[in-house]
Design a protein around this ligand. Structure first.
Ligand SMILES: [Zn+2]
Length: 670
């Protein structure tokens, strides 16, 4: 077939030749790749030899090469650089893919072969990784309904296809609401805004051809606007638009979609014999049960809420001192909190910002990886999908390990948030495959681009995920890199954020954009002292979302999720001026797909571990302690999902962490 997506790529490192791919190539390439994948699977079931590890489990691992390549390119582009054509393709592809994969997981002949290998598992002389692959394959098929009777199996297939469509619709509605809304700022509307916010507002206005600065619903623009704008009515207007994404009635409304998704997930769990979707979902996670998740969330909720309420009272009195009456509202919190931060820590975002140049922070993240893991980063030119993308070749002792690509700037065609994905994952079977990893962020572009401290943390966070992929050293792709339990996957990323707080790293890389001077010691100390500032607010907005997520999936599906949300927030005593970090109609983590469904708590679960894991370096009095770095790579970063997460953690640290490390890290009382 003469389709560029299906040809051997004769590019450097066999990266996709983005500059010669057109949107018209995707549909025929996907159809052909699906047909090939189907034929590869059929070849496994049609053979006459008795099932064994090689001809069944390993053979299955080797299928889908073309499909992975096509999807790697497509999902990279639709996430980071979408357009109406790509969005339509995505709507079209998602049920097709869901049907394809449920055909495979529902393939009776294939499942019989897997069962046969599974029953002989103790006599097969498998390596530890092979045993794990066999266990995961068997478990995956059982969990997707391979053992069901035909009627249930058909129903399961229909549910999965419908869920795939609804998830796509949910995220596209959200993107539509985000793209549509903005307000133009007149001169007097700029009151209070530091120059970096004005510049970002101008750049956003230019992209929209608005003829002047605007505020849109991109987190990197609206959050600083809420922090600095002295125009309370505008803050209110922008804030309300932000939290209403996905709930604006009309065709982009996500509320009915959310209800339907929850209903279908509950039915899915029921068909498989689980009490709830949460029971089903958590079975394969480190947490294992809804109870373990609830216990963690509630033990954090109480101290976080107490802290937030005390902080809220202070902010409200500041507001009253400004001559305003009434209660502190959600659109006031960030504004007064920013002012209080300035008072308490002599720290203001505007003063800090020139010290966080994007390019210097990239260097900082590379430098830490060099000191810890001896990695080298060499910039290279590759044909990528957007001019803002940059690429580096990653080597160690002259040996090529991976390609790292970064796409840092916000633009209208990019979905919100930040993520790390693999265009190609590490594997040694059937042939050596080096990873191609991409970090996508939404930083407001500038000249030079300056980050907030939060943005810099995001950069380190996503780079931590990238390291998990780059350092992966397993045999089979299905357990490579970040293919681990959801509540374990944030450990490497959140752990890496800690290196941004190491004073010597900040001293070296947080240099002023104009003077090139390092951050003055008192600013540095203030910054470090303030890293836990407003932790009550941050913990409350996050934990509330995690509690709602768990409630949605544990037990019967709510007929009216919005009503349940209101009821639960009332029950747990949600502070008046704080909202959920993600309101239900824009909670893409749990509705755009099921990856984080009943799994939003994972960040906090991983945080229990990252605090405890970084303490290993603190105990050695050296953030770059080589023994710990080696142990981290050997037991966690190189191992992907090739062993049980709990075992990997214990191998690194000698024990499992508990919630105290987390509360201590957040400076909350326990
Ligand atoms: Zn992450």
């Amino acid at each position: 077939m003469n389709n560029v997506l299906l040809q051997e790529w004769k590019t450097p490192f066999q990266i996709a030749p983005f500059n010669s791919i057109s949107d018209d190539d995707f549909t025929p390439a996907l159809d052909e790749a699906l047909a090939r994948h189907k034929a590869e699977v059929a070849a496994i079931t049609e053979q006459t030899e008795q099932p064994d590890f090689t001809n069944t489990i390993e053979a299955l691992e080797a299928t889908g090469y073309d499909l992975n390549r096509v999807l790697g390119v497509f999902f990279t582009m639709v996430g980071a650089d979408s357009n109406p054509v790509r969005e339509a393709l995505q709507r079209n592809f998602s049920p097709k893919l869901a049907a394809h994969f449920s055909d495979i997981s529902g393939n009776t002949a294939l499942f019989q072969r897997i069962l046969c290998v599974w029953s002989k598992r103790d006599d097969l002389n498998l390596t530890a990784e092979q045993s794990r692959i066999l266990m995961l394959t068997h478990r995956g098929f059982v969990r997707s309904g391979a053992g069901l009777k035909d009627t249930s199996k058909n129903r399961m297939k229909a549910i999965k296809e419908r869920l795939a469509e609804l998830g796509t619709q949910f995220s596209q509605n959200l993107l539509a609401d985000e793209q549509e809304w903005f307000i133009k700022l007149a001169k007097e509307d700029l009151a209070g805004l530091p120059s970096f916010v004005i510049n970002a507002a101008l750049a956003a206005g230019e992209e929209k051809n608005a003829g002047g600065p605007i505020i849109n619903l991109s987190r990197s623009l609206i959050v600083p606007f809420l922090q600095f704008s002295t125009r309370r009515n505008l803050r209110k207007k922008a804030y309300n638009a932000w939290v209403k994404r996905g709930a604006n009635t009309g065709k982009t409304d996500n509320r009915a979609i959310a209800a339907k998704i929850l209903e279908l997930r509950a039915e899915q769990a029921d068909l498989l014999g689980y009490k709830s979707f949460a029971e089903y979902k958590l079975e394969t996670e480190m947490a294992k049960t809804p109870k373990a998740v609830r216990d963690l969330l509630l033990s954090v909720w109480k101290p976080a809420k107490a802290r937030a309420e005390a902080d809220g009272a202070v902010l409200e009195s500041m507001m009253q001192a400004d001559g305003l009456t009434g209660s502190l509202e959600a659109w006031d919190w960030r504004f007064y909190s920013e002012r209080r931060r300035k008072d308490l820590h002599e720290l203001d975002e505007a003063k800090l910002k020139p010290y966080f140049q994007l390019n210097r922070m990239i260097e900082a993240s590379f430098s830490c990886a060099n000191r810890l893991f001896d990695l080298q980063f060499e910039p290279i030119t590759l044909p990528l999908y957007h001019q803002d993308c940059r690429a580096w070749s990653v080597t160690r002792n002259g040996k090529h390990l991976a390609i790292f690509i970064a796409d840092y700037f916000a633009r209208g065609s990019k979905r919100s948030g930040a993520w790390c994905s693999a265009m190609r994952s590490q594997a040694k079977f059937p042939t050596i495959q080096t990873p191609i990893i991409i970090n996508v962020c939404n930083f407001a572009k500038g000249d030079p681009t300056l980050l907030s401290y939060d943005d810099a943390r995001t950069l380190f966070h996503e780079f931590g995920h990238a390291l998990h992929q780059i350092l992966s050293n397993v045999t089979y792709e299905s357990v490579s890199g970040t293919s681990v339990a959801r509540d374990f996957v944030e450990l490497p990323s959140q752990l890496y954020e800690h290196w941004l707080t190491v004073p010597e790293v900040l001293k070296e890389f947080a240099t002023h954009a104009e003077t090139n001077q390092p951050m003055p010691p008192e600013l540095l100390n203030n910054l470090l002292a303030a890293t836990n500032y407003d932790m009550g607010f941050q913990t409350v907005e996050y934990v509330a979302s995690a509690i709602i997520d768990l409630a949605f999936h544990d037990g019967e599906a709510p007929a009216d999720p919005m009503a349940l949300e209101t009821e639960i927030l009332k029950d747990i005593g949600m502070p008046h001026a704080i909202r959920m970090r993600h309101a239900t109609p824009n909670f893409a983590h749990i509705f755009a797909g099921d990856g984080y469904a009943s799994g939003y708590y994972s960040y906090m679960w991983s945080e229990m571990m990252d605090e405890d894991a970084f303490a290993a370096f603190e105990e050695a009095n050296d953030a770059f302690d080589q023994d710990n770095a080696t142990a981290l790579e050997q037991n966690i970063l190189s191992r992907g999902g090739s062993a049980d997460a709990e075992d990997l953690y214990i191998a690194f640290r000698g024990h499992l962490p508990d919630v105290k490390a987390l509360l201590k890290g957040r400076n909350l009382k326990f």
